[in-house]
Design a binder for this molecule. Structure first.
Ligand SMILES: [Zn+2]
Ligand SMILES: [Zn+2]
Length: 408
């Protein structure tokens, strides 16, 4: 943060109606400066050296035990207080996106082609704010792991942390996630049981026939005609097979065959690829099976060979009912009646799902105010709203203090 030129924090204390602890309020100028510094120095997945260095130093400065380098650049801070045996994990993501920041602002990205366009700078800051508060007040009994993950944006940071032994080294009875949401007011939060984000999987179908002269199709096996049949049937999976009350998406997004320079050649192969999205493990299984079944049937019909691959990338994020009830209690204590218990799930994915597979979890949507200039997540003008920092940090702190209640 040294040398950073920062505009005054957008803090309006008088407008705050909700109980943000005074100690967090007092920390807001520091946290706002930190957030803007992180915004100005975005780092891509698994390259968060500077960011994770700052995270580790601040945690250690607060007296929190730090484990570095889990899942590459991941950090876990552990704060144990009293003799309570319950342990919970709180997750923040640290990475930025490979895209340019186009809006002018004092804390604009200093790096071409890198930008905090999803607000992970805010997520990191809010969890640090809660950690500093909890380490100072110590008004709970149990253990909290502050999990700062790398590479949420499609590079597999959560999976790698889990693979590197996150839950063996730091077992958790419950794990919690949070994402900012433009469109919800900053004093609003959505805490909803059940599906929050879709699974995000990739599939590939290769039809292998026998290439031949375009004028003599009877001497070969044409994979292009087979591909056409497959593609026109593909939407029958969602339309005719998946339960109409269960959301699902199957999209073909890539099609490669032959050459536009050889219009008299039937090629040997056609490669098709796409994405599949679902909100339940059952529908996810169904999509994998049905895309393959359709491809196999089509290949059999045309007498050609098939290669089918379904790559499970990210599971759906599904909020556990007990964890959601506890998150709701904490959210209500901070946001009062501004808590929403109904909010539409997102068709995007979040690899927090890998944490949720290892411990009952709850992922909430924290208000980030109106989308300034219409800039939503992953927009070149997006900026995390600093007015949300106090609310997010207060939610995390309240969740810990309520779930790990100090003995009377
Ligand atoms: Zn994102
Ligand atoms: Zn994000």
């Amino acid at each position: 943060m040294r040398g950073a030129v920062l505009a005054p924090a957008r803090i309006c204390r008088t407008s705050r109606l909700m109980p943000i602890p005074a100690r967090i309020e007092d920390d807001l100028p520091f946290l706002t400066e930190l957030r803007r510094d992180l915004h100005a120095h975005p780092e891509l997945g698994f390259e968060e050296e500077r960011t994770s260095g700052i995270v580790a130093r601040l945690l250690e400065g607060a007296g929190i035990k730090v484990h570095r380098g889990l899942g590459g650049t991941g950090i876990v801070g552990t704060l144990q207080v009293g003799d309570g045996t319950r342990t919970i994990g709180l997750r923040a993501d640290m990475d930025a996106l490979a895209m340019p920041e186009m809006a002018e602002r004092p804390h604009k990205s200093k790096y071409a082609g890198r930008m905090h366009a999803c607000g992970h700078d805010g997520h990191t800051t809010m969890l640090l704010g809660a950690a500093r508060y909890l380490a100072a007040t110590r008004d709970f009994s149990g253990t909290v792991h502050f999990i700062f993950q790398p590479a949420e944006e499609g590079r597999g940071g959560a999976r790698r942390m889990v693979g590197d032994g996150l839950f063996e080294l730091f077992p958790c009875d419950a794990v919690y996630g949070l994402h900012n949401m433009p469109g919800l007011a900053i004093d609003e939060i959505a805490v909803v049981e059940g599906p929050q984000l879709a699974s995000s999987d990739s599939w590939r179908v290769t039809f292998r026939g026998t290439g031949t002269h375009g004028a003599k199709p009877h001497l070969g096996k044409d994979p292009i005609t087979a591909a056409g049949t497959f593609l026109t049937s593909l939407q029958t999976i969602v339309g005719r097979i998946v339960d109409p009350l269960q959301p699902a998406v199957v999209s073909a997004c890539s099609l490669q065959a032959g050459s536009p320079k050889a219009l008299n050649v039937i090629p040997d192969t056609v490669e098709i690829g796409g994405t599949a999205r679902a909100y339940s493990p059952d529908v996810r299984d169904q999509l994998e099976e049905e895309i393959g079944r359709l491809a196999k049937g089509t290949a059999a019909m045309f007498g050609i060979a098939l290669n089918y691959q379904f790559e499970r990338r990210i599971p759906p994020v599904i909020n556990d009912s007990n964890a959601t009830a506890r998150a709701l209690g904490a959210a209500s204590a901070v946001f009062g009646e501004k808590v929403r218990t109904k909010f539409p799930p997102s068709t995007a994915g979040d690899d927090f799902a890998f944490f949720g597979q290892n411990a009952p979890g709850c992922y909430v949507w924290l208000g980030n105010g109106p989308a300034a200039d219409g800039a939503l997540h992953h927009n070149t003008a997006y900026d995390f709203n600093d007015d949300a920092i106090g609310y997010g940090a207060a939610y995390w702190a309240m969740l810990v203090e309520r779930e790990l209640k100090a003995a009377l």
